[in-house]
Write a protein that binds this ligand. Structure first.
Ligand SMILES: *[C@@H]1O[C@H](CO)[C@@H](O)[C@H](O)[C@H]1NC(C)=O
Ligand SMILES: *[C@@H]1O[C@H](CO)[C@@H](O)[C@H](O)[C@H]1NC(C)=O
Ligand SMILES: *[C@@H]1O[C@H](CO)[C@@H](O)[C@H](O)[C@H]1NC(C)=O
Ligand SMILES: *[C@@H]1O[C@H](CO)[C@@H](O)[C@H](O)[C@H]1NC(C)=O
Ligand SMILES: *[C@@H]1O[C@H](CO)[C@@H](O)[C@H](O)[C@H]1NC(C)=O
Ligand SMILES: *[C@@H]1O[C@H](CO)[C@@H](O)[C@H](O)[C@H]1NC(C)=O
Ligand SMILES: *[C@@H]1O[C@H](CO)[C@@H](O)[C@H](O)[C@H]1NC(C)=O
Ligand SMILES: *[C@@H]1O[C@H](CO)[C@@H](O)[C@H](O)[C@H]1NC(C)=O
Length: 325
């Protein structure tokens, strides 16, 4: 074999190898939206999956190093202070070629374009993920909420985008008095106005999803007004939401107002009852009169029976006829 042939063969071999193992690095194609103080996973992975545990993995934003992993450990000295203790790669995921970055305690200034790099010997593969960190606002209701006296009502209020407020304080007020206060992960009855005791609650399972709607039971006319849901320590420009509650005084009146046919039925029923009473009265009067007559004739017949001893069956008409003759 000549040297030339050997070189040709090795070149062909190298091409073949790189073609077979053409390594790709893939990032989330969609920009990622996250909420202040929460955490986010910036997805990045190798295809085909390759054990990256002892390779060099680097995340950067502009010139700043977010995290650098070399020779199986994090190079903390190279990391930008801004990301200290907030950036992490998963050891287990790395072994499956998953280079995703977990960024926690998000700051608004974390917004930017992140570069995920995988470096072997002299080859660098990289891709980009865009991250936007925003605030979550408190949203009430534009439309007034309506209820009838005696009903239970939900006053809607939530955070958008969804934000877990379970460790924050939530205050519901109306006319500057406390309707419901949620503090230290539970209802705090200390400041609650007497009128609302035992009548209010939040939906425990919903608070983690940023839903701080209030359940108000057995509403009365005096509950009407402008309600405010407030998350005082929320990192946002909008920490309050408004909800107007309107209460209809008489439950049954309003129901009939909205149901024409039910109203008609009631009218028909009323007429029916009146007609029934009149007809019934006439019938009773006629029967009473009949019995009166019969009793009178029985008295007469009684005397006749005693004296004439005629048959037991007779008709008063015949008797009357007889009497007439
Ligand atoms: C990468 O690993 C993270 C856990 O660190 C996991 O949540 C994510 O789903 C993984 N991504 C892929 C594409 O497997
Ligand atoms: C990410 O943001 C940059 C500008 O910062 C923009 O040029 C690029 O198109 C964005 N990429 C995606 C996937 O949104
Ligand atoms: C609230 O409920 C508790 C326990 O059921 C009861 O002891 C208390 O009297 C109630 N308070 C009011 C104002 O209804
Ligand atoms: C909200 O945060 C609390 C406290 O950190 C946690 O226990 C709960 O699981 C979280 N809920 C959701 C839906 O993330
Ligand atoms: C909040 O929770 C209440 C009660 O489960 C539900 O009726 C309401 O639709 C929820 N609101 C949002 C925005 O999810
Ligand atoms: C709020 O004030 C209005 C007007 O003074 C009153 O009609 C309403 O009953 C009050 N509502 C509450 C819940 O205090
Ligand atoms: C809520 O009500 C207050 C007082 O009436 C008003 O100043 C504010 O603009 C309202 N906010 C919204 C979001 O409607
Ligand atoms: C309205 O009237 C109809 C017909 O009588 C009845 O079926 C329906 O239940 C009524 N609805 C209400 C809210 O009363």
């Amino acid at each position: 074999m000549t040297l030339k042939a050997l070189i040709l063969l090795s070149v062909w071999f190298c091409v073949f190898i790189t073609e077979v193992t053409e390594l790709q690095i893939i990032c989330s194609s969609e920009p990622v939206q996250a909420v202040y103080s929460e955490r986010v996973l910036l997805q990045c992975y190798l295809k085909p999956p390759l054990d990256a545990k002892s390779q060099t993995v680097k995340w950067t934003r502009g010139n700043d190093i977010v995290i650098l992993r070399q020779d199986g450990k994090d190079n903390a000295g190279a990391q930008r202070e801004h990301f200290e203790e907030r950036a992490a790669l998963s050891q287990e995921a790395l072994s499956k070629g998953n280079l995703s970055l977990m960024l926690s305690s998000l700051k608004l200034t974390d917004t930017g374009r992140y570069k995920c790099s995988f470096i072997t010997d002299n080859v660098e593969k990289s891709c980009y993920v865009n991250l936007t960190v925003g605030e979550s606002d408190v949203i009430g209701s534009d439309q007034p909420v309506k209820a009838n006296v005696g009903e239970d009502v939900i006053l809607p209020c939530h955070l958008e985008p969804p934000f877990n407020v379970s460790t924050l304080t939530v205050e519901w007020t109306c006319n500057k008095t406390y309707v419901h206060v949620y503090r230290s992960m539970k209802h705090d009855p200390n400041q609650q106005d007497r009128r609302f005791v035992n009548r209010t609650s939040l939906f425990c399972d919903e608070i983690g999803k940023g839903n701080i709607s209030l359940l108000l039971k057995n509403v009365c006319k005096e509950d009407e007004g402008l309600y405010i849901c407030h998350v005082p320590k929320l990192h946002s420009q909008v920490r309050k939401g408004n909800i107007t509650l309107k209460v209809d005084a008489a439950k049954h009146d309003t129901k009939q107002q909205f149901n024409g046919s039910s109203n008609n039925n009631t009218a028909k029923n009323t007429i029916g009852v009146i007609v029934g009473v009149i007809v019934g009265g006439i019938v009773i009067a006629v029967i009473a009169r009949y019995w009166q007559n019969q009793r009178d004739s029985q008295v007469h017949n009684g005397y006749k029976e005693v004296f004439s001893k005629t048959g037991a069956t007779f008709s008063p008409k015949r008797e009357r006829g007889k009497r007439g003759t």
